[in-house]
Design a protein around this ligand. Structure first.
Ligand code: SF4
Ligand code: SF4
Length: 373
């Protein structure tokens, strides 16, 4: 049966924002929160960054969602496992602590993993016990571009339920094949099974997201659904993209989740373009080429991470996080080992200076031209 995707125009003016968030959660959750229920809110808390960077979910959206759960008698815990910085620092810098002051909520970093079986290729996942055991999870992503995954919204946000340094380990396991990583994300989504996903698309991010290298882009919308797969598919279409270039959307269709089957309701229609010129990272260079050559092409032609020495402060976040141990400090510069690098772009994501970008190899540019990409 087609699932509904709700879309409302919105701003961060709290007096107007709160009733819209309440309505969207009422539409999607429809009486599922019972008094005393342990409800986890899972925003995007990637790093200790201010709201205007558009990297983390806006704190006022989290406040409104918490207020909704409390109004139903639920108990609220706000959780994530940030890639950079301590959880305490992240909830202060993102404005969450201040925005939620006065509300009876807990902040708790995901800290322990539990194993859960999966029917996909990965069979067993280790995910935050707190999320698996919650009465209900509400997924609160930020709508952003993502160098490896093209877009990050509903499905990708739940990668934050992988605890701490297990995240880069998964990147390493899935390697250069981003479709494999997308399948992992889909399995994580199914295991966590959030009751509702509410996407912060008011100030979204385009360009080289999801970290400091991305560019904030005003879209002025909130989107919600029980089904994050269909929600992501709808978002891609409303940004004028072929959803199949978003690996998680493609993986969902291949898994038979019929993501294209949905109804859009709210302030705009399904064929509305939220942004005619929304800039996403190039998806090319990752899968094209003759079948037997794909492994070679992936390794040698996929964009390489490069640092801008003018911006790099040699803080060490990137080389600490790199799952492949493919970069190190050499004198006053970074040195990348592209044979080891699995092109996960974690280094772009965690760099607090926006000093790393993904650049085509010369060979990649030449072959891309030959294949007309
Ligand atoms: S590239 Fe970024 S994360 Fe890496 S050392 Fe330089 S400033 Fe730090
Ligand atoms: S160098 Fe960057 S892109 Fe390459 S494996 Fe390390 S973190 Fe990933």
């Amino acid at each position: 049966m087609p699932e509904t995707v709700y879309i409302r125009k919105a701003s961060y003016d709290y007096a107007r924002l709160e009733p819209v968030v309440f309505e969207l959660l009422e539409d999607t959750l429809a009486g599922r929160i019972t008094p005393g229920m342990n409800v986890i809110l899972k925003p995007n808390l990637l790093a200790p960054v201010a709201p205007q960077t558009a990297i983390a979910t806006h704190p006022l959206i989290v406040r409104a969602a918490a207020g909704y759960v409390l109004s139903k008698g639920g108990r609220v815990t706000i959780s994530d496992s940030p890639a950079i910085g301590s959880f305490e620092r992240v909830i202060s810098a993102t404005g969450l602590k201040e925005a939620l002051s006065g509300l009876n909520v807990d902040f708790r970093q995901f800290s322990t993993s539990a194993e859960v079986s999966s029917d996909g290729p990965f069979k067993r996942l280790e995910l935050a016990r707190e999320a698996l055991e919650a009465g209900l999870v509400i997924n609160l992503p930020k709508l952003k571009t993502h160098t490896q995954m093209t877009l990050t919204a509903g499905v990708k946000n739940l990668f934050g339920c992988v605890v701490g340094m297990k995240k880069p380990q998964w990147h390493f396991r899935t390697g250069v094949d981003r479709q494999m990583f997308a399948m992992l994300l889909l399995e994580i989504y199914k295991a966590i099974s959030p009751a509702a996903t509410l996407v912060d698309g008011i100030m979204a991010m385009e360009g080289h997201g999801p970290g400091k290298s991305g560019t904030p882009r005003q879209l002025g919308v909130l989107l919600a659904s029980k089904d994050a797969v269909r929600l992501d598919w709808a978002i891609a279409k409303m940004l004028g993209l072929d959803p199949e270039i978003v690996p998680t959307c493609k993986a969902a269709r291949e898994a038979g989740l019929v993501p294209e089957d949905f109804i859009v309701t709210g302030d705009v229609t399904a064929d509305t373009l939220l942004a005619a010129d929304f800039k996403v990272p190039d998806p090319e260079g990752l899968v094209f080429g003759p079948g037997p050559m794909k492994g070679f092409l992936r390794k040698h032609l996929v964009k390489q991470p490069v640092e801008d020495p003018g911006l790099c402060k040699l803080c060490g976040e990137c080389w600490k996080y790199c799952p492949a141990h493919a970069l190190e400090k050499k004198g006053r510069r970074l040195s990348f080992d592209y044979d080891k690098c699995v092109r996960c772009y974690c280094c772009l994501e965690v760099c607090p200076q926006g000093a790393i970008s993904a650049r085509h190899t010369l060979l990649g540019r030449l072959i891309g031209k030959l294949f007309g990409k």
